[in-house]
Design a protein around this ligand. Structure first.
Ligand code: XMP
Length: 326
């Protein structure tokens, strides 16, 4: 039985051995996993690490600012920000198959990293060494579900495992590969990361791209972002952030239903609330949120988000449902 301190020291040692004097980049997604992976690598090799934040345009409201502000404040890490919204949205145009979306997002991530690396090298010409390693915040459940574990089923291509291109020219550093989420949080706390980062609910790397059932467009992203911000704000206001594991908010962009608002007929899209409780994301149950909270979220979303006229609650456990809809 391992203590958090053991895990931390062992990983720091291993990372040092793997990386040596080389330079390394780490993509930050805004989530716990990449933040803890980056903080671990920084502990191990300090300034050899540059973090890269690729803004793929699939983030939730306020998330880009959170990465740039909270994480940098907590770690003092070197951060390179790449605005790649057009790249991702162009690549996703016309695509609605979930696996295709995941693979495209994974591929564009790596391309964006490669470009970021070149940009970093240009900025730091004097430092010479090419960047050899790429840090990934892959967790044990990601490994299993992407078909990498023993006896694993290929359920979804998690972008940080199954979606890497064949010609990837970085060697991977995956310090969280043997860990479950609660262990990652404990390691993050031990590393001194603030509670807002360590306690953050999981958010998938492909972001809102896999929470729009159908094609991903700017308009749909804007709509989902507003609905998601309302749902999160109300959950927080009710003091229930730690009572749920996460609450995906999903836009059914290819479904429309008839409604009535004011004097008029509407024909809008449904938003799905998917609050779940879980220990490790391998299995989950739907969270029994209070009805008055659900009512507030529903009222606000239908009133405040143009184009949405219905809010529905997902009452499926995992299995048979997965947590995300795609
Ligand atoms: P599912 O939908 O497979 O999700 O039940 C299990 C957990 O993993 C998150 N998730 C991802 N995380 N990259 C990630 O970093 C991904 O591609 C990805 N897909 C799902 C999901 O939010 C849940 O916490």
């Amino acid at each position: 039985n391992w203590s958090t301190g053991d895990i931390l020291e062992e990983q720091v040692e291993r990372i040092r051995e793997q990386i040596g004097d080389a330079r390394v980049i780490c993509g930050l997604s805004g989530g716990v996993d990449s933040a803890v992976a980056a903080a671990l690598v920084q502990r191990a090799v300090g300034d050899q690490l540059t973090c890269v934040f690729v803004d793929h345009g699939l983030l939730r409201e306020g998330e880009a600012e959170q990465v740039e502000r909270d994480f940098v404040a907590a770690t003092g890490v070197r951060l390179h920000v790449a605005d790649e919204q057009d790249r991702f949205l162009d690549a996703l145009a016309g695509v609605s198959d979930p696996e295709d979306k995941r693979k495209i997002i994974g591929r564009e991530f790596i391309r964006a990293f490669e470009e970021a690396e070149r940009a970093i090298m240009r900025e730091a010409a004097a430092e010479g060494e090419p960047i050899r390693f790429l840090v990934q915040g892959t967790l044990y459940p990601d490994v299993v579900e992407s078909g990498g574990g023993e006896g694993a089923a290929n359920i979804k291509s998690h972008h940080n495992v199954g979606g890497l291109p064949e010609d990837l020219r970085f060697e991977l550093v995956e310090p969280l590969r043997a860990l479950f989420k609660d262990e990652v949080r404990a390691v993050g706390a031990q590393l001194g990361l603030p509670a807002e980062i360590v306690g953050r609910q999981p958010f998938p790397g492909p972001g809102l791209g896999i929470r729009i059932v159908g094609e991903v467009t700017r308009d749909r992203l804007g709509l989902l972002r507003r609905a998601d911000a309302i749902a999160r704000a109300e959950l927080t206001a009710a003091g229930l952030d730690s009572a749920v594991w996460q609450m995906p908010v999903v836009l059914l962009a290819e479904v429309r239903s008839v409604g009535v608002q004011g004097d008029g007929r509407t024909y809008g899209h449904p938003i799905v609330l998917r609050p779940v409780s879980s220990e490790d994301a391998m299995t989950a149950d739907w969270s029994r949120l209070p009805y008055d909270l659900l009512a507030r979220i529903s009222n606000r979303i239908t009133n405040e988000v143009d184009g949405v006229n219905r809010v529905v609650l997902d009452v499926t456990s995992k299995p048979p449902g997965t947590i995300e809809w795609e």
